[in-house]
Design a binder for this molecule. Structure first.
Ligand code: HEM
Length: 432
């Protein structure tokens, strides 16, 4: 049995809210892959190439942002017992604004001009704002697993700083303001986005989800209590030092944070190896690949490897792979859970609801993982052998397409059964 201890399942939002985030997100990873397949090695010449900046935000906002926001809207009420105020309105507005924002900003950064950058950045920033305020309220009210909550609170804060810095960079690109040493501000924005928002969210999700889905031991108490705040304070201190030109201090603190994430990755892999469920399913394969990519990125940074390699390992290795693996579990779980709820409401106990494990084809999930690994290897290789860039883009687009088709399959099964499980008029319970 899955350990669902500590979860208040009754407070989950309607399933169509997280589902629309999850079903839109792979389209952005497909777009990033196609962009790479189209532009080829030029895109990876340097971190400043317009195509690289566009692909970065297709993944960072369109793919990762959508999945993480959808997962948080779902997770918060369930793990922390704190409902997000006006969740339907918040979900709809966030989804629309982030979708338009990611597309507009990426298109603009790819070279289509300052107007699109303005519109896209404005929409994305508004989307994150509409999301962060109610989620912040829910997080303040939340009671529940302290380790998870701490990581989620710090991640939300890091997101707010990332967006504020992103807007500042847009103002610089538009010529509205000037900053000394522009590159350092971009580094700082990237550090808050990747180490703060993405890194801490991964920590929060891991602390909650690994023991629940795989019956692993829990993370050590000091790690649950101190890691997230330490990363937050560290990123703050390191960025301040970096912007003020105190290079040694900045590098030392960023290095310490990188070491901390390596430690987190090793502990995660150790806990996975101690799990009570022996099967190595595709979700766990993604956890393995993502944790190794995380270590690779930290090592690459330590040995001053090209920034594009660090970006590839973090954005594709961790940022694209891990959410895909998590969705293999989260969407079937939600589907099964909401169908159970409907069954109670309809009284149709003659109908057998599909089991969680049968909702998504494991074979195709393995194919998806294989394509993802291929994309990652080709992408990393293309930094030395440029001709690999186009095949890497195609593999990235294909792996994301398979992910999308798998998720659509689960959603269709939900619709089919939900139609059969209409609540009986006399016993109609809350719609899920
Ligand atoms: C509203 C939200 C955001 C806006 C407006 C924004 C804007 C920008 C801009 C304008 C740049 C390019 C700076 C330049 O060339 O001068 C940039 C770079 C970057 N952004 Fe964002 N961004 C946003 C969100 C994010 C998020 C959420 C992440 C990560 C999770 C992220 C990761 C990055 C990275 C890694 C770079 C540096 C790319 C490189 O070094 O090549 N951004 N951002």
């Amino acid at each position: 049995m899955m350990g669902t201890g500590g979860l208040s399942l009754d407070q989950a939002p309607p399933i169509d809210i997280p589902a629309r985030f999850f079903l839109t997100a792979p389209l952005f990873a497909i777009a990033a892959g196609l962009l790479l397949a189209w532009q080829g090695p030029t895109l990876l010449v340097s971190r400043w190439m317009p195509g690289a900046l566009a692909a970065t935000h297709l993944i960072a906002i369109g793919y990762l942002g959508l999945i993480m926001c959808g997962a948080l809207l779902q997770m918060l009420p369930v793990v922390a017992g704190a409902a997000v105020p006006a969740v339907r309105l918040v979900g709809t507005a966030t989804h629309l604004l982030l979708t338009v924002g990611a597309a507009g900003l990426a298109w603009g950064l790819a070279g289509s001009g300052p107007t699109l950058i303005r519109v896209g950045a404005g929409a994305a920033a508004l989307g994150f704002l509409v999301f962060v305020i109610p989620v912040g309220i829910a997080l303040v009210r939340a009671r529940g697993a302290p380790g998870t909550l701490l990581a989620l609170r710090t991640a939300a804060l890091a997101l707010a700083v990332t967006v504020a810095l992103g807007l500042l960079l847009v103002a610089v690109l538009q010529g509205w303001i000037r900053v000394a040493e522009h590159t350092r501000w971009v580094d700082t924005h990237a550090a808050w986005g990747l180490m703060g928002w993405v890194g801490l969210l991964v920590v929060g999700v891991a602390v909650q989800v690994l023991p629940m889905f795989y019956v692993t031991p829990t993370y050590p108490a000091p790690m649950r209590r101190w890691f997230a705040p330490a990363v937050l304070v560290g990123v703050g201190a390191a960025s301040a030092a970096w912007i003020m030109g105190a290079d040694l201090v900045g590098q030392a603190v960023f290095g310490t944070i990188a070491l901390g994430f390596i430690g987190f990755a090793f502990i995660t892999l150790r806990l996975i190896s101690l799990r009570e469920r022996p099967r190595l399913d595709p979700t766990l394969l993604h956890w393995w690949a993502a944790m190794l990519s995380l270590c690779g990125a930290a090592l690459a940074w330590t040995f001053a490897a090209p920034p594009t390699l660090i970006g590839v390992l973090l954005l594709v290795g961790v940022g694209v792979g891990l959410p895909a693996g998590m969705l293999f579990k989260i969407l079937p779980f939600l589907t099964w859970f909401h169908l159970q709820h409907r069954q109670l409401g309809s009284g149709r106990f003659d109908l057998r609801i599909p089991h969680m494990g049968s909702l998504l084809s494991t074979r195709w999930a393995r194919v998806q993982f294989g394509l993802h690994l291929l994309a990652l290897a080709l992408l990393a290789g293309s930094l030395w052998v440029p001709v690999l860039a186009r095949p890497a883009g195609i593999a990235l687009a294909l792996s994301s397409l398979v992910l999308l088709l798998l998720l659509i399959g689960v959603a269709r099964t939900y619709r089919r059964f939900a139609a059969l499980l209409r609540p009986a008029p006399s016993r109609a319970g809350p719609q899920t």
